[in-house]
Design a protein around this ligand. Structure first.
Ligand code: DC
Length: 677
């Protein structure tokens, strides 16, 4: 068991590209199909996890040439058109359901083969009998070590190389059917029909579509049985791209629900029209409040507008039910998840495991864990959300979630633990045996960590009309930062002082007026950016009122007064916490003394410059008559907090640069600072 992992809640929005591995289901199907193809196939984007390694090792032990480059996520396999080199082998399938089922059917293609197969304790209890019974009826023999007929692991499989017409009971697992479908084309005249129905239909669909991709489309007779109209070896693929795992993607679709309203996670290669039925989770997430933006094979998942409760049937994409079940504890109403009876016989009894751990967190579920234990046919779970209950239970310290060797338990509770339950970053969930994610997603917790952006403070200083506002706003918009215009603070204050008949030449009048003013903040949107604006006595003046000729004329003199600067300094510094509390990824603050006085330790410090003529033209274009050089002179020569290029600041002359160029240049500094430490 790997050491317990404490989950650190996200205090900044989750942002970045989710590093999602290839799909396990596709990788393991592709390995089987390529082994049955004529020639060499190369996979890109392949998954390297416990389950795929088990299948790769098994194929190697059967005499196949398989070479893998883990760093490049590629696998090269030499298919032998249906021939299995070794007629004898001992194979251990661990707890890998796909490897267990797919290999068993695959081995049946060997004439006169004899294979000893075993699995982990958990695998021994998982459904196999439907497949073994079908193969036995077709002429194979599956025997227990004592020689009696086997219905599960361990068993020795004696094979004939012929399949014939098979009937499979795949009601417990669609993999039992998929396993047989993939070998159908290799045995002329073979057909597979189903006793009853199966679960997780989309996985059967995936199998059929992949058989077709490898050159052997399957069809169905009128009676529903599957057959291959043009049997033979599959066609090797010079390059076959494995889709990213849609189930794994569900954790990153759910993550913004818990990490605040400015999240933005990119899931590359995520296609709703792809092979994986689990992409249906996106629809459930959207129904529960997720904002999802699909574009050219990339899904951008953004913050949820709350987590809405509801009733959902997960039968066709049940691997993702755990993802919803954990975040459901934070929802605004009960969440009912049905159609999940078959998951009670997967890596663990998933419904019972989920109910048990949710109850340990103080969450009410129906049926209860005790009821589930008493009746293994119960097939749904309703979660009654309560943050208060979570807080009560975790008040004395983090709760360790038991994961029952189930990777999906570990990952879904990892997402829940990312929620800042107490609002102070205190961890409240720990994950037992986090290494169990190796089954499908070996680097899950690293991928989660990689989306944790560091809060970034950006200072943008420069003379009047040097482009500070447009640059800062675009940066705020691009990087999810809160924009703070301190020039507007001085303008707002100047206006208020003028209205109170205070004058820069009469310090007592200024101090008297200041002592009566109450400062506050209001979130506003300007040019697509979110800005925090200063309110004085609750009043937020119109933008135009901050740029009147009277304010323009007086502001630099007022701003030079130490009493005025002291009055605003603490308020301006408090904007960093305000931005963080509001869930922004950072703050971009513009002015004259931000990098030198207000935030001298800002991670990114910028000093903008432009030719005086260019600046005068910019103001004129805005319809403003403003003596920029005159104001600069006053701002640069005053005693307190003069306009200077802060030490260590990046000096950027934008006279001949477009806004986009400047923003891209600064964006690089921001990205580096925002990287997880
Ligand atoms: O950025 P702006 O032109 O709106 O700023 C108006 C005035 O406010 C500017 O002439 C000087 C003063 N100011 C300051 O002294 N310190 C700041 N950090 C920002 C502005």
């Amino acid at each position: 068991m790997s050491p317990t992992l404490l989950i650190r809640p996200f205090q900044t929005p989750a942002r970045g590209v989710a590093q999602i591995p290839g799909s396990k289901s596709i990788t393991n199907r592709a390995l089987i199909l390529a082994a049955l193809a004529d020639g060499v196939t190369l996979f890109t984007g392949a998954l390297f996890s416990r389950d795929t390694r088990i299948l790769i090792a098994a194929l190697q032990s059967l005499g196949f040439e398989v070479s893998a480059d883990e760093a490049a996520c590629t696998i090269r396999i030499n298919g032998l058109g249906g021939r299995i080199p070794n007629a004898r082998a001992k194979i251990h399938v661990g707890n890998a359901g796909t490897a267990a089922r797919f290999l068993t059917a695959f081995l049946a293609l060997a004439p006169g083969g004899c294979y000893e197969l075993d699995g982990d304790e958990a695998m021994r209890a998982r459904p196999m009998s439907g497949l073994l019974d079908a193969l036995t009826a077709g002429g194979c023999r599956a025997l227990k070590p004592d020689g009696s007929p086997a219905s599960g692991f361990p068993f020795t499989l004696h094979t004939t190389g012929k399949l014939g017409r098979l009937e499979v009971d795949a009601s417990a697992s669609s993999q039992l059917l998929s396993a047989l479908l993939m070998v159908l084309p290799l045995s002329a005249g073979a057909a597979v029909s189903m006793k009853g129905s199966t679960v997780s239909e989309p996985f059967v669909e995936m199998t059929a579509r992949m058989c077709e991709q490898f050159g052997r489309p399957l069809e169905r007779h009128a009676d529903g049985s599957w057959f291959c109209p043009a049997p033979g070896a599959y066609s090797a693929q010079s390059s076959y791209a494995i889709e990213p795992d849609a189930t794994a993607a569900s954790y990153f679709i759910a993550l913004p629900a818990v990490t605040g309203f400015r999240a933005s996670i990119r899931i590359e290669g995520y296609a709703a029209g792809g092979l994986q039925g689990d992409t249906a989770f996106a629809k459930v997430a959207a129904a529960c409040g997720a904002t999802l933006k699909p574009a050219n094979g990339t899904l951008v998942t953004e913050s949820w507008s709350g987590i809405r409760g509801g009733d959902f049937d997960f039968n066709a994409f049940s691997d993702t039910f755990l993802t919803l079940a954990t975040v459901a504890t934070l929802a605004d109403g009960p969440v009912k998840i049905s159609g999940i009876a078959h998951t009670r016989k997967q890596e663990t009894d998933r419904v019972l495991a989920m109910a048990t751990e949710l109850e340990r967190l103080g969450i009410k579920v129906a049926p209860t864990a005790a009821e589930l234990r008493a009746d293994d046919t119960l097939s749904s779970l309703t979660i009654f959300p309560s943050k208060a209950a979570l807080r009560r239970v975790a008040a004395d310290g983090p709760i360790t979630i038991r994961t029952y060797e189930d990777h999906r338990m570990a990952m879904s509770f990892g997402v829940l633990g990312s929620f800042d339950l107490f609002g102070d970053g205190r961890p409240w969930i720990a994950i037992e045996d986090p290494g169990c994610t190796a089954k499908t997603f070996p680097h899950f917790f690293e991928a989660l960590e990689a989306l944790r952006t560091n809060f970034v403070r950006v200072s943008v200083d420069g003379g009047a009309a040097s482009g500070k506002s447009s640059t800062s706003r675009r940066l705020a918009q691009r990087h999810g930062l809160l924009h703070v215009d301190t020039g507007a603070h001085y303008r707002s204050l100047t206006r208020a002082l003028l209205m109170a008949d205070a004058s820069a030449d009469d310090l007592a009048s200024v101090k008297a007026a200041l002592s009566k003013l109450r400062v506050g903040s209001r979130l506003i949107t300007r040019e697509g950016a979110r800005s925090s604006a200063l309110t004085l006595d609750g009043i937020l003046p119109d933008d135009a009122d901050l740029r009147t000729p009277e304010v323009n004329a007086a502001v630099s003199k007022i701003a030079a007064l130490p009493a005025v600067r002291t009055f605003l300094l603490e308020y301006q510094r408090s904007q960093v916490k305000y931005a963080s509390d509001q869930g922004f990824a950072g703050v971009v603050m513009e002015g004259r003394d931000i990098g030198s006085v207000v935030l001298p330790d800002a991670e990114v410090r910028i000093f903008l410059e432009a030719d005086p003529e260019a600046r005068a033209q910019r103001r004129a274009a805005e319809g403003q008559s403003d003596q920029v050089t005159q104001r600069d002179h006053l701002d640069a020569t005053r005693k307190t907090a003069p306009l200077v290029c802060p030490t260590g600041a990046h000096r950027l002359d934008n006279t001949h640069k477009s806004l986009e160029e400047v923003v891209a240049e600064i964006g690089e500094f921001i990205k580096v600072s925002a990287l997880p430490r």
